[in-house]
Design a protein around this ligand. Structure first.
Ligand code: IMP
Length: 191
């Protein structure tokens, strides 16, 4: 673990996810919700979030890949696994692990919107607004973080670290993982 530094603890994640769930419960007021997780990174967050939702919930997943290297989004998104459910006329909540440039979600949002859901909202665990290349803002965001490359709680680097129970910053260069060097803004995490 010496190359990793904890940015968001298990306890902070628990309370942040709880607050998001409370807001979502209030906003949908008992209406059935189709929760769509974006694989693979959102699986841990989604599992914790849906267990705190009180309305009837149906769960589906979509898998996407963006062309480009592993750590830089290129904006060209491919759907690797489409939804099993039809979303027409349903209330859909798209659940993502992190919004970085915004390119992946903007593409997916527009793709799903064209299928005529009754409503479509986006919930992300983490948001890195300083990296945004397109105008895209989530309806719900758990934590706003600086421009760090983070792993854990579903997020990976080279498919590793998804199982960590907390969110960590990579501090030393590792194969395929950009080190986070912005020491000046360390710790600036906003719920
Ligand atoms: P975007 O299209 O640039 O917003 O990229 C979103 C996707 O990039 C996320 O779903 C993650 O898979 C990946 N990503 C962006 N930042 C990080 C990070 O700090 N750690 C791990 N994956 C990241």
């Amino acid at each position: 673990m010496e190359k990793l530094e904890v940015l968001i603890t298990e306890e902070q994640l628990r309370s942040g996810v709880g607050e998001l769930a409370e807001r979502i419960n209030r906003d949908y007021n008992g209406e059935e919700l189709l929760v769509v997780g974006i694989l693979r990174g959102a699986f841990v967050f989604l599992a914790d979030l849906v267990r705190r939702l009180t309305m009837p919930v149906v769960i589906d997943f979509v898998a996407v890949s963006s062309y480009g290297d592993d750590t830089q989004s290129s904006g060209v998104v491919r759907i690797l696994k489409d939804l099993d459910e039809s979303i027409a006329g349903r209330h859909v909540l798209l659940v993502e692990d992190i919004i970085d440039t915004g390119l992946t979600l903007k593409y997916l949002y527009e793709n799903l919107k064209a299928r005529h859901p009754a409503s479509l909202k986006v919930c992300t665990l983490l948001d890195k607004p300083s990296r945004r290349l397109v105008d895209f803002n989530p309806d719900y965001a758990g934590f706003t973080i600086p421009d760090y490359f983070v792993v854990g709680y579903g997020l990976d680097c080279g498919q590793r670290y998804r199982n960590l129970p907390m969110v960590c910053v990579i501090r030393q260069e590792q194969e395929g993982c950009p080190p986070s060097q912005d020491e000046s803004s360390r710790g600036e995490v906003h719920e």
